[in-house]
Design a protein around this ligand. Structure first.
Ligand code: C2E
Ligand code: CA
Ligand code: CA
Ligand code: CA
Length: 278
């Protein structure tokens, strides 16, 4: 309950002056949209920066209203967290992503990975682990091909409980990425204690990469940190060849961004994959 309150408060102050009535309206609209199947999941390819081969995809939630307006997850995820709907919604996204993963693997991409965003509210829910295990079991998705993305701020809370949960998740075979990495303040010693597999360089640091920033960019430091801790690194928000080239030269193994592909619906993803088969 304390967590809920705190999260609520967080989005209260963050929600750009949206008043309570508007937030309540949006909560109802979101629930209705979910029930009426106006929510869907798109998948953004992740690639090997050296070979440019597809290695996986990130599942991203979409809300298209009846009049075809797209509402950004940056707006409705906080509302879903605030109202608690994120518990149901998050489970639904995970199951959709698991099913999609199974389909992609059947197309011949047998090592394809699926990344799924997990909200702080979901992660701290007492049934999170049970929910995860059940979703894997019901969908027959291979756990070692599923990655959960938790944000850096989530990776910094209550060390003991977090360490235990991450170990339990690791025991299922599912891996963990720290999303938006570089935006928080996790220390090296803290990171070393956590059972995580990959760091995801936040888009803001990818945007900053230039030839002249070499040796001093945050992206470069994160790549080095990954190397030291033996963690994989993926850069998000890669938009141009220059960024891809520098990231590759710096030794960043994986990338994701508009340069390679926008998030795609399942049919478009299968199409894209068939053209990018190694
Ligand atoms: P995120 O996890 O950091 O996801 C990356 C966002 O960057 C996505 O925005 C993606 O569409 C966008 N993006 C990808 N490549 C590029 C690029 O090259 N340039 C630019 N400018 N943007 C790029 P999106 O889909 O609007 O999602 C926004 C945020 O909403 C996500 O940020 C994530 O925090 C949250 N979100 C989305 N789906 C889910 C979900 O299923 N569960 C939870 N808990 N959060 C979600
Ligand atoms: Ca993410
Ligand atoms: Ca991210
Ligand atoms: Ca980000």
């Amino acid at each position: 309950a304390k967590m809920q309150q705190r999260t609520g408060h967080l989005y209260f102050s963050r929600s750009m002056g949206i008043d309570i009535r508007e937030r309540v309206n949006m909560m109802h609209a979101l629930r209705t949209a979910f029930e009426e199947k106006q929510l869907f999941v798109v998948y953004q390819p992740q690639i090997d920066l050296v070979t440019r081969a597809p290695v996986g995809a990130e599942a991203l939630l979409r809300w298209q209203t009846e009049d075809n307006t797209m509402i950004s997850p940056n707006r409705f995820i906080p509302i879903a967290e605030y109202s608690g709907l994120i518990i149901e919604l998050g489970e639904w996204v995970l199951r959709q992503a698991c099913q999609e993963l199974v389909r992609i693997q059947r197309l011949g991409f047998s090592n394809f990975m699926m990344s799924v965003n997990v909200s702080q509210v979901q992660f701290r829910h007492p049934h999170f682990l049970g929910m995860l295990r059940k979703a894997l079991e019901d969908t027959n998705a291979p756990p070692h091909c599923i990655e959960l993305e938790i944000t850096e701020s989530m990776a910094m809370e209550e060390p003991d409980a977090l360490i235990k949960l991450l170990d339990q998740i690791a025991a299922t075979g599912v891996s963990i990425a720290i999303d938006d990495f570089g935006t928080g303040f996790s220390s090296l010693s803290h990171l070393q204690k956590l059972n995580v597999d990959r760091l995801k360089i936040d888009r803001t640091f990818v945007m900053e990469i230039t030839d002249s920033s070499r040796g001093s960019s945050i992206a470069e430091m994160i790549i080095q940190l990954g190397r030291n801790l033996e963690l994989d690194v993926i850069a998000e928000g890669v938009e141009d060849e220059r960024q891809a080239k520098i990231l590759t030269e710096l030794g960043c193994p994986f990338g994701q961004g508009y340069l390679f592909s926008h998030p795609l619906n399942p049919d478009a993803l299968h199409d894209w994959l068939s053209h990018h088969k190694q």
